[in-house]
Design a protein around this ligand. Structure first.
Ligand code: G6P
Length: 493
């Protein structure tokens, strides 16, 4: 992959920009992997492009590490090391940027999560978090990028990631007009109407920031269409829908979709590892005949509570399944310093408690809820499900479903929300659901649990083939090709 990138983009110095660093410091000076599937994908990207990595120091450990090292830090990536540069906002700035603005305001807009009759109330706290948090931290990251780019031997190629950093491309463009800039939006891009939840100065600044790019990347074709519409409707810009391009400030900005994926070889190796097999032995010691699994961060966008409502219905409508089935939810704690996220964990515990006390017996626990982090346990669960429930309200892509499709060995069936980005690629090989319709979800769980082996095998193999043929290297190579064709050597007509 490295050789391919170097051949395709010979004349540039890549810089990857992301809120999170590739590795987080342990107190003893060693590093652990940054959390989440996105970081895993970005580690592959950083390694393939040999990019310098610019991130935000997010907590005391990182602030200390960053201020102790004036220059770049060398950190382990996957098979090599990389250079990491931190921007260091104060704790107050970071909290406003991350805890008040990016999550929840932006995250909630991009996943259509607001209960608009009541929320959000955009008051002085949110205005302050925008000005002194989001704008300020984006400015600091952009400044760090410019410093790194000015030291770079070749033309900088700046690859910015996700909703935390929408303003960075515009700021970098102003300082470095010759830079090549791409932003990849990992989350859904909602309709122009929904963006109007944000006051005009904020949503205009977000678009202006993104339009500093040469290419804006998204997860699905619908995101691209919504983005073009937003530019047209909300900012009055000229858009070419056929070329999927926006004309802005005398430049052309392309919008493209590149559904992210997993590293098939690494994930398969992990699935075959001793650590995962140990977890599987443990599962075999307690699993009932039928197992429904879910693996998610404890995020309201993942729709965990409605998943349990659907399961409750399944047990009511099909009493013959009681004692036969278990719903194993292995959930990773997420953003617990943001009130709405900690409240969500309480709601999850509440409904699980209710189902278990209503249906449970001495010999049977209907829901097994585990909140914790273990990559091995997650993969072991994905190898062994009969049904995997992935029912997000909206989701940029959802990598769990791709991991599940690849590693499952029990001819398991995937029940997938039509609002997950991955649905565009996988719809023919899953049972599709409307994530709000708990009746349809209960029916899909039942259909998955009772499907004949031949049909399960057909779905399972089809889903696996989709993931195999669109692995993470393809995500990278398609972006690299577009950068070469549209930005480095554009065809003039
Ligand atoms: C999602 C976002 C990523 C984010 C990840 C973990 O996948 O798209 O940008 O890094 O969640 O969230 P966290 O807030 O813990 O970084």
């Amino acid at each position: 992959m490295r050789a391919y990138v170097a051949r395709t983009l010979p004349a540039c110095s890549p810089i990857l920009v992301c809120n999170r660093a590739p590795r987080e410091p342990n107190p003893d000076g060693t590093f652990k992997r940054g959390a989440g599937g996105v970081i895993t994908a970005l580690l592959t990207l950083a390694e393939a492009t040999e990019a310098e990595w610019v991130a935000c120091a997010r907590n005391d450990d990182e602030r200390q590490l960053a201020t102790g090292h004036g220059a770049a830090l060398t950190v382990p990536l996957l098979n090599s090391t990389g250079r990491l540069h931190y921007a260091v906002p104060t704790k107050e700035q970071y909290d406003m940027y991350y805890g008040v603005f990016a999550n929840p305001v932006l995250w909630f807009i991009q996943h259509y999560l607001w209960d608009l009759g009541n929320e959000p109330v955009i008051d002085d706290r949110i205005h302050q978090a925008w000005e002194e948090g989001y704008v300020e931290v984006n400015r600091q990251l952009a400044q760090k990028v410019v410093e790194v780019a000015r030291q770079a031997p070749k033309r900088p190629l700046v690859l910015v990631h996700d909703y935390q950093l929408y303003l960075v491309p515009g700021l970098v463009r102003r300082a470095l007009p010759e830079a090549m800039l791409q932003h990849f939006v990992h989350v859904p891009w909602p309709t122009p109407q929904y963006w109007k939840v944000l006051p005009k100065p904020m949503r205009d600044a977000i678009l202006e920031g993104l339009l500093g790019c040469d290419i804006v990347g998204f997860q699905s074709s619908l995101d691209v269409r919504n983005f073009l519409l937003t530019c047209e409707e909300n900012a009055g810009l000229q858009v070419d829908e056929r070329e999927r391009a926006v004309f802005y400030g005398g430049r052309v900005v392309y919008a493209r979709h590149y559904p992210i994926s997993i590293d098939v070889a690494t994930t398969s190796r992990l699935a075959a590892s001793r650590g995962v097999k140990r977890q599987e032995r443990d599962i075999a010691s307690w699993r009932p005949p039928r197992l429904i699994s879910r693996i998610d961060r404890t995020d309201p966008s993942k729709n965990i509570v409605r998943g349990f409502i659907a399961y409750d219905k399944l047990l009511r409508y099909h009493p013959e399944l009681r004692g036969e089935v278990q719903f194993w939810a292995f959930l990773q704690p997420s953003r617990q310093d943001v009130a709405v996220y900690s409240r969500y964990v309480r709601q999850i515990r509440q409904i699980v408690g209710r189902i278990n006390s209503e249906f449970g017996t001495e010999a049977w626990l209907p829901v097994r809820l585990e909140i914790g982090e273990s990559e091995r346990k997650a993969v072991a669960s994905l190898k062994n499900f009969d049904v995997l429930l992935v029912n997000p309200v909206y989701d940029g892509l959802n990598l769990v479903v791709k991991e599940g499709a690849l590693v499952n060995v029990t001819n398991g069936v995937i029940v997938l929300s039509e609002n997950a980005g991955a649905h565009e690629e996988l719809h023919a090989h899953v049972l599709s659901i409307n994530p709000f319709d708990v009746e349809a979800t209960a029916a899909a769980l039942y259909a998955g649990l009772t499907m004949v082996l031949e049909d399960r095998r057909r779905l399972n193999e089809g889903a696996r083939e989709v993931v195999r043929s669109n692995d993470i290297t393809r995500w990278i190579s398609r972006q690299v090709q577009d950068l070469r064709d549209l930005v480095m050597a554009p065809v003039r007509v």
